[in-house]
Design a protein around this ligand. Structure first.
Ligand code: B12
Ligand code: SF4
Length: 480
């Protein structure tokens, strides 16, 4: 039996900021499951939880290995993935296959890197099995849908693969990872994240889903979701599920069936929901959601300015957001609203509307949490990325540079320096408005946030963002 090595590079510091526990290496787990069922020995190495990853990799390389697979999204996983690829290249001539969101969005540029031989675009389960067979038998890669690769120095892109019917996939082979490493850290629950559907029919201008999933939504049947949940409850005593679906309630009827079942299962759960979906739900449904163990709803409100909501094609208005918040308050549902600033063409007036929306949401609903204001980050492939380019953004021209392309105001070249400083300050001050909602940062960071909170509140209330001395202090302390 031949071996496939799958490595999940460390996703970076944000894990410690957002959660006490690492996230399940989802891509490697699902691709590994498909390969396991196709008869391969699969070894998953998660750099995030395995400090001795080099040793594990070296041991793995002693086996009869077909290839190294690396999973990656934008950010630190790129630099860490490259470190892993370099390590393997130094010790073997194995083909190095990259998969995940970032390589899918930019396959050509990813392949230009010398440590990338093949890119698997989109969903990886079926493609990986076909690819392994071809590599094992030394056959041509020409007929395999969903891959891009190098041939005689040229980059070849095969046609896209059809989307997978999720009900044909076997459940994840949890034995491929040490599940206990991922289940803690969430306020005493035994927690796991699951994705019960893929894609989204909406078309928000900043979102990867439009390109990755081509606006096609597919879901697992209610029965299969419940089977997986009861297995996890029985086998690993899981009592909190975080649904990583792009949007959990795209099909409201299916959503209702699931929620009815959750009530019977006696578990807690969290998921994302659109404002307009919330508005379509009647009071009985919202009450059911509360009774079924929902402890958190994540809501992309994005902006308080209708101009910006239009720009990002969000298909909701400021008034809708406020109405949804009032509904949540009536049903005592805990929600976290996500907001962004820093879009091309955004004015100070637009930003002030977002700040006033945040304050109003808090005023009208004690249970509403406002996530720190994120800075719009023009991720590749999205419409607003293209608009950012029109407004002067020079996107990274190679794989390595996407590793550090993150949420600072530095790429917002469409703003004056004064405006960038304001946006930076707004984002910074807003991180300290609440204690982190579900997260568990180190004690000293929590304490500093609390000490700074009164000043942060005053800054936001009075729209005063000049003299950003606290950013210098945070940099000096190494926390920014
Ligand atoms: C969990 C999660 C995280 C976790 C862990 C991420 C990880 N890679 O481990 C954490 C919290 C760390 C995280 C962080 C961030 N995330 Co995140 N995250 C997610 C989330 C919710 C689920 C990812 C997941 O597990 N999916 C399930 C698996 C099965 O899907 P998958 O990984 O895509 O794998 C499939 C294919 O891609 C492929 N595949 C994947 N790997 C491989 C490998 C091989 C060899 C092969 C053949 C195939 C293959 O096959 C798999 C099965 O079909 C997604 C949104 C979503 N709903 O999917 C965002 C998402 C991936 N994150 C995103 C972003 C932007 C971020 C951050 C930059 C956000 C931020 N500003 O902090 C940071 C980056 C961290 C950093 N410091 O650099 C974007 C990705 C954008 C991009 N262009 O890459 C997404 C899509 C959210 C969004 N809508 O914008 N994230
Ligand atoms: S942001 Fe949410 S609603 Fe909009 S396209 Fe992405 S997943 Fe769909």
């Amino acid at each position: 039996m031949r071996t496939v090595l799958l490595v999940h590079p460390h996703p970076g510091i944000s894990v410690n900021r957002y959660s006490g526990a690492p996230f399940v290496p989802g891509g490697a787990l699902l691709v590994g499951t498909a390969l396991h069922h196709a008869g391969y020995r699969v070894k998953i190495i998660d750099q995030h939880v395995e400090k001795d990853w080099q040793l594990r990799l070296s041991e793995g390389l002693q086996e009869n290995v077909i290839c190294l697979g690396i999973s990656c999204i934008i950010g630190d996983q790129i630099s860490n993935g490259l470190e892993i690829a370099k390590f393997v290249r130094a010790h073997s001539t194995l083909p190095i296959v990259w998969g995940g969101v970032h390589p899918t969005l930019l396959p050509e540029q990813t392949l230009e890197n010398e440590f990338v031989d093949i890119v698997v675009r989109g969903e990886g389960e079926e493609t990986a099995v076909e690819l392994m067979k071809a590599l094992e038998e030394n056959k041509s890669l020409a007929g395999i849908p969903g891959i891009s690769y190098k041939e005689n120095g040229k980059i070849v892109h095969n046609r896209d693969r059809e989307f997978i019917d999720l009900d044909t996939l076997p459940p994840p082979c949890w034995e491929l990872i040490d599940i206990h490493r991922y289940t803690g850290g969430h306020q005493g629950y035994r927690y796991i994240s699951l994705k019960t559907s893929r894609g989204c029919p909406f078309n928000c201008g900043y979102c990867y889903a439009n390109v990755f999933h081509k606006r096609r939504w597919r879901s697992m049947s209610v029965d299969n979701v419940l089977k997986e949940m009861t297995f996890l409850m029985d086998q690993y005593a899981i009592d909190l599920f975080l649904f990583d679906d792009e949007e959990f309630f795209i099909d409201i009827k299916r959503g209702r069936e699931l929620v009815e079942a959750f009530k019977r299962l006696n578990i807690c759960w969290k998921a994302s929901i659109r404002v307009d979906t919330l508005l379509r739900m009647d009071d009985a449904f919202l009450e059911l959601i509360r009774e079924s163990g929902c402890i958190w709803l994540g809501i992309g409100a994005e902006s308080g300015s209708n101009n910006m909501l239009n720009l990002m094609n969000k298909k909701i208005t400021r008034e809708n957001i406020l109405e949804a918040n009032r509904k949540l308050a009536r049903h005592h549902l805990r929600a976290q609203f996500f907001l962004m600033v820093g879009f091309p063409t955004e004015t100070w007036e637009d930003m002030k509307e977002t700040i006033s929306l945040a304050l109003q949401l808090k005023r009208e609903n004690e249970g509403a949490e406002i996530s720190a204001f994120s800075l719009f980050t023009p991720y590749p492939g999205c419409e607003l990325h293209d608009l950012a380019v029109v407004h002067g953004l020079e996107p990274p021209d190679c794989l390595e540079k996407w590793a550090t392309f993150s949420w600072t105001a530095d790429h917002a070249v469409w703003f004056s320096e004064e405006m960038r400083s304001t946006v930076r300050m707004l984002a910074f001050a807003s991180t300290c408005l609440n204690d982190p909602v579900d997260t568990n940062p180190p004690f000293h960071i929590k304490l500093m946030g609390r000490l700074y909170r009164p000043l942060a509140k005053q800054r936001i209330k009075h729209l005063f963002f000049r003299y950003p001395f606290e950013i210098s202090v945070a940099k000096w302390l190494g926390v920014y």
